[in-house]
Structures are given as structure tokens and as C-alpha cells.
Design a protein around this ligand. Structure first.
Ligand code: APR
Length: 174
């Protein structure tokens, strides 16, 4: 299994140890992948989320997965794109770093991410993909117990952007 793989699909069907939810700071659900994860997990997920007291942008909090085929859901609010001068790049990298740290603390070997912040939060896709891949690559060195990270893209355009970013990151470190 490759340490980083990019697929097109629905993250709610992924049998990873942990899947990551692109949440908002309330952690009380929403649309997009947040809505899909809550719909698939069932109401118990929201009940647990209510006990967490929200989550700051860039941070990560884990819950159970309930009816989902994974063991944990790691919720992280990505940054809303505001033009690139409000620390968005660092906050997006923090999302990936903190989710991997959380996954490692839970003993996860496999983790699946959606494309954080590139939907409703309007983060430019190519820029987000490069930040994500660099942070994931760095994280895999810090947490060797994590053997595979999958980026689950919901459409072909997103998949192409992450494949391009992976090629760039691998070339830069060849
Ligand atoms: N599986 C994988 N990826 C998905 C799925 C799914 N089932 N559904 C949507 N996506 C993709 C979107 O196509 C996009 O590429 O997830 C990516 C992130 O988009 P959003 O879900 O809109 O997340 P984000 O841009 O981080 O905005 C978060 O939207 O849903 C609300 O509560 C959420 O307020 C928060 C905001």
C-alpha cells in the first residue's frame, strides 16, 4: 500500500481507521462532506459532537464513527478563504498536522481526508492541494505508525489537483 494515495469517491464509504471531517467551528454539522458524514453516521454522532464544545479553526477533535465503516471521525474546521492574507495557508496546514497527530494518538494506521476548505470555504484548490500534500508528507515522517493516508476526492477536478500536487511534492523531495 502506498503511503499517500489519491482516490475519487465518497469518504463515508471508506474503511480507514479514521476519516476526517471538514467541519465548522461549532462541530454541529453542516452541508458538504460534514453533512454526508453526519447523515451516514446517524444522530449519535451529533449527540457526541454536542459534548465537545466546538473546535477552533486548524484544531482537531475525535469522536466515534457509529454507523460509518471506520473507527473514528476526526473533525477539523478548515480556514475560510479570505484572500490569503489572514493566515489561511498556515491554518490549513494545521488542520492536516493536527488530524495526523490525533490519528496517531488514537493508534490509527490508516487515515482518510477530504479536500479540506476547497468547497464552501472557497480555498483555491491547487493551493490547498499543495499545502495538504506537504503537510501529510511531513506528518508521515513524524508518525511512522500511520502507514497510509488516502485523500478522497469527490470529483475529477479535485482528484487531478491532488495528483498534480503529489507529483510536485515527490519531485521536490526526490
Ligand atoms: N466525500 C468526500 N468529499 C466530499 C463529500 C463526500 N461525501 N462531499 C463533499 N465532498 C468534498 C467537496 O466536493 C469538496 O471538495 O469535500 C470538499 C470540501 O467541501 P465542503 O464539504 O464544502 O467543506 P469546506 O469547504 O471545508 O467547508 C466547510 O461547509 O459543510 C459545511 O459544516 C461545514 O461549515 C462547514 C463548511
Amino acid at each position: 500500500m502506498k503511503p499517500i494515495q489519491i482516490i475519487t469517491g465518497d469518504i463515508t464509504t471508506i474503511h480507514a481507521d479514521a476519516i476526517v471531517n471538514a467541519a465548522n467551528t461549532s462541530l454541529l454539522g453542516g452541508g458538504g462532506v460534514d453533512g454526508a458524514i453526519h447523515r451516514a453516521a446517524g444522530p449519535a454522532l451529533l449527540e457526541e459532537c454536542r459534548t465537545l464544545g466546538g473546535c477552533a479553526t486548524g484544531q482537531a477533535k475525535a469522536t466515534g464513527a457509529y454507523r460509518l465503516p471506520c473507527r473514528h471521525v476526526i473533525h477539523t474546521p478548515g480556514p475560510i478563504w479570505r484572500g490569503g492574507t489572514a493566515g489561511e495557508d498556515r491554518l490549513l496546514a494545521d488542520c492536516y498536522r493536527n488530524c495526523l497527530a490525533c490519528a496517531a494518538s488514537l493508534g490509527c494506521q490508516t487515515v482518510a481526508f477530504p479536500s479540506i476548505s476547497t468547497g464552501a470555504y472557497r480555498f483555491p484548490l491547487d493551493r490547498a492541494a499543495r499545502i495538504a500534500l506537504q503537510a501529510i508528507r511531513d506528518g508521515l515522517r513524524v508518525y511512522p505508525a500511520i502507514t497510509c493516508v488516502t485523500i478522497v476526492c469527490f470529483d475529477a477536478r479535485t482528484c487531478a489537483a491532488y495528483e498534480q500536487a503529489l507529483a510536485e511534492v515527490e519531485r521536490a523531495h526526490a
